[in-house]
Ligand binder design. Structure first.
Ligand SMILES: Cc1cc2nc3c(=O)[nH]c(=O)nc-3n(C[C@H](O)[C@H](O)[C@H](O)COP(=O)(O)O)c2cc1C
Length: 171
């Protein structure tokens, strides 16, 4: 049977294995709510449109960020660079506002922005769509900063890797 429980479980395993081999840039998605900073690491981030400038993030409803993010007016997507691995490790090990004790964080336009990150995009929350265990949060950009000399921290096969040395070929 196509939708049997065993089949669903096999599909989930194959999906997990397939996604393990998709290299993804690591982001710290952050917000400020009731005077407290909140944030998690996220790879499920995508640009959405240039007109208006917008992006989306997919956040697990069980994550500590979910409630603050779906209440706050503003949030930030901080693209981590290779030199921000300490931030990724701190976010993985610590909880709550403790996550922000490593790195140079500033509250810009009302959201926590990593000053030494590769890029930071502050967004106004425009829309939320629940799907399965996650919520897709759409944000419209209110500010952005970017470092030209950065290389992204990339997650691949359960490890952080450096893609900046990959051979360059013209398409
Ligand atoms: C590399 C990496 C990528 C992640 N990507 C996402 C993501 O896109 N969305 C999400 O909801 N959680 C993602 N997580 C999990 C969250 O960062 C976080 O660990 C989890 O939500 C539990 O956080 P909490 O302790 O604050 O509730 C990712 C974790 C790692 C290590």
């Amino acid at each position: 049977m196509i939708d049997s429980e065993a089949n669903q479980s096999a599909i989930r395993d194959s999906f997990r294995a397939a996604m393990r081999h998709v290299a993804s840039t690591v982001h710290a998605v952050t917000t400020m709510h009731a005077g407290e900073r909140h944030g998690i690491l996220a790879t499920a981030v995508s640009s959405l449109s240039f007109d208006p400038p917008s992006l989306l993030v997919c956040i697990n409803q069980a994550a500590s960020l979910h409630h603050p993010l779906t209440q706050a007016e503003l949030f930030a997507v901080n693209v981590l660079g290779l030199e921000n691995r300490d931030i990724a490790e701190q976010f993985a090990q610590a909880r709550g506002a403790e996550r922000f004790t490593v790195g140079d964080w500033a509250d810009e336009h009302g959201a926590p922005v990593l000053l030494g990150g590769q890029s930071a995009m502050v967004c106004r929350r425009i829309d939320c769509h629940r799907f399965g265990t996650h919520t897709i949060v759409v944000g419209e950009l209110v500010a952005a900063r970017h470092r030209q000399d950065g290389a992204p921290l990339t997650y691949y096969d359960r490890n952080y890797i450096d893609i900046s040395g990959a051979p360059i070929s013209t398409i």
